[in-house]
Design a protein around this ligand. Structure first.
Ligand code: 9G3
Length: 568
């Protein structure tokens, strides 16, 4: 491709609205342009990267025995009513009416559509297992689209759905997809971790993993063990219980709680200052309404309540923090003074809070020498807090948890019969009895992968594309387009590389060398060959984008080096 003809409008500086590095670079390198908030056009080089990502995904999906379909974006609302999800989603679900006033949704995902398709064709266990996938645009009207393609309102997803006769079959389908995801993200050049995640209401019964690309811009927090393979989304990450030594010497006898006078002190750090005690000897009491019922939750002052774990323990669909008025009504104390003593509602305590022997706790004011389980009744003990860095790993005896930020680029779910039961997607088993099919679903945010790759592979000059997904493989840069010898040598090199089957971009623009080299570093093609003064002697300069040094080589030698680079 000749760069003078390529529609790749590079920018010298990044537009002010772009905060994330990947967003800035994808705009500056002429990969994407925004049409509306969270809605983007892929320009030719951006589209080339997207197609390479799709090709890798298709190859691995097909190798894993999946079959590609292509489902509509327009989905009848009735299907979403059958699955009970039409009312569940708010403004994030894009809704529209057709000319006959019939209601539709623009697909944010395709569980309903694929289950409807399969239930119409499935009759016998002999047709199972079956895994279908598609690469399709998804629509989710995010409240705050941000960071370019990282959180868009219209984006490319590969979504796959597996159908098995039983749970063992689903485990096999799940494992196969899990391994395919490992290969896909490795080939995309991503530094990623599969993490245990909270299935929540979406994931059905059987568990789920998220594939996280490590990046500080990522919205998710991952807790990973520094000793074993354990890694989990913070929503779900546990911690090692044993050895949660009480922080005071294990006194068996205990003094009675003593009232403290702490006017106007309500925040933990203020208490720490006022009383000169560490936060881990303070009990924080928070009130929630779980499906409308009030509960008090106690965690240590240096911990945070994990609402996903709390909802899970309570099996609550709706969970919300009680507002100030409710807190005062239920505890007689203002928020920040609410405490467990004398509380008439059930108290749930996190394990670490219950292990505090002599704590300071609120109850209209503050008390010291409070002992959980002695001076107040604990209705239920549980893991109710976010794991913190330094916690023991829940999966091994010696490791400790470290926190990382990640971008969720893929997720695999065991759905079980979450959709097949409600939508009657049944099959006849070998003994002729009718059973709901056991499903799994598997997503990869393809446009998000592109952003995650740029987040992980850039320097201050620009992008460093991993070789398998770069928009072009070789960038041929003649220093001066006016120098006939250089252009002749460059054209010869261009032809040789192309006939060797390489994707070549020739910078034939009449630009100053500095501009050419800056653009070359910005767009990040893995190999650059500069054709300069020594062209007359047939010598060119080869440079890998990821390395500082350049290599002098004859033209034919350069072609061989590049071919080997892409073959290895
Ligand atoms: C909605 C809206 C947004 C959504 C969903 C539904 C996320 C929704 C979860 C999934 C689960 C899996 C198949 C591919 C892998 C992920 N956001 N999810 O179900 F109506 Cl507005 O999409 N789906």
């Amino acid at each position: 491709m000749r760069q003078s003809q390529l529609f790749m409008p590079t920018l010298r500086v990044s537009p002010s609205e772009a905060e994330a590095a990947s967003h800035q670079l994808m705009l500056r390198a002429g990969l994407i342009r925004q049409l509306a908030a969270g809605i983007y056009t892929y320009l030719p080089p951006g589209r080339r990267v997207l197609r390479k990502l799709e090709a890798i995904i298709r190859e691995e999906m097909d190798k894993a025995g999946c079959q590609e379909v292509f489902m509509p974006a327009m989905q009848p609302a009735d299907l979403w009513r059958q699955s009970g999800r039409y009312e569940k989603y708010g403004p994030e679900l894009v809704r529209l009416k057709d000319r006959h006033e019939r209601e539709f949704a623009l697909g944010p995902t395709h569980e309903e559509v694929i289950t409807d398709l399969v239930r119409g064709e499935l009759s016998s266990y002999r047709q199972l297992p079956l895994t279908l996938y598609q690469i399709q645009t998804k629509f989710r009207d995010e409240k705050r689209p941000r960071y370019g393609l990282l959180r868009g309102r219209e984006f490319m997803m590969k979504d796959a759905y597996s159908f098995d006769a039983d749970w063992e079959g689903l485990d096999r389908s799940y494992q196969r997809m899990y391994e395919a995801y490992h290969r896909i993200f490795t080939r995309c050049g991503l530094n990623f971790r599969p993490v245990e995640a909270d299935a929540g209401t979406i994931g059905g019964e059987g568990g789920t993993h998220e594939f996280m690309a490590l990046a500080d811009i990522g919205e998710d927090t991952i807790a990973a063990c520094d000793h074993c393979q354990y890694a989990a989304n913070l929503e779900k990450a546990g911690y090692r219980l044993a050895g949660d030594t009480p922080n005071a010497e294990g006194s068996s006898s205990h003094p009675e709680p003593e009232k403290l006078h702490t006017p106007k002190v309500r925040k933990i750090d203020e208490l720490v200052q006022a009383l000169g005690i560490p936060a881990d000897q303070i009990l924080k009491t928070l009130l929630f309404l779980a499906d409308g019922k009030p509960v008090a939750v106690i965690v240590r002052g240096d911990h945070e309540v994990n609402e996903i774990k709390l909802a899970g323990l309570l099996q609550a669909d709706q969970l919300e923090l009680a507002d100030q008025a409710t807190t005062e009504k239920l505890t007689g104390a203002a928020v920040g003074f609410a405490g467990p003593i004398g509380l008439s509602i059930p108290i749930l305590a996190d394990y670490s809070a219950a292990a505090v022997i002599s704590a300071v706790a609120g109850a209209n004011d503050h008390w010291k020498h409070v002992r959980p389980g002695i001076h107040f009744e604990i209705a239920q003990l549980g893991d109710l807090r976010n794991a913190v860095s330094g916690d023991g790993c829940p999966n091994c005896a010696d490791g400790h948890l470290r926190m990382f930020r990640g971008i969720e680029v893929g997720q695999v779910f065991k759905l079980g019969t979450k959709y097949s039961e409600g939508m009657q997607a049944n099959y006849l088993d070998a003994s002729g009895s009718e059973k709901p099919v056991i499903m799994g679903c598997y997503g990869i945010g393809i446009s998000r992968v592109m952003s995650a790759v740029v987040e992980q592979h850039h320097d201050e000059e620009g992008i460093l594309w991993p070789r398998e997904i770069a928009p072009y493989q070789v960038h041929v840069v003649p220093v001066s387009a006016k120098d006939e010898k250089q252009m002749k040598a460059a054209e010869e090199l261009y032809a040789k590389l192309a006939s060797a089957g390489l994707e070549v971009l020739l910078d034939d623009r009449e630009e100053r060398p500095g501009v050419k080299f800056k653009d070359s570093d910005l767009i990040g093609i893995p190999v650059r060959i500069v054709v300069g003064r020594q062209a007359a002697e047939g010598i060119v300069e080869l440079k890998y984008r990821s390395e500082k040094a350049a290599i002098q080589a004859e033209i034919q030698e350069a072609v061989t080096l590049v071919k080997d680079f892409y073959r290895s």
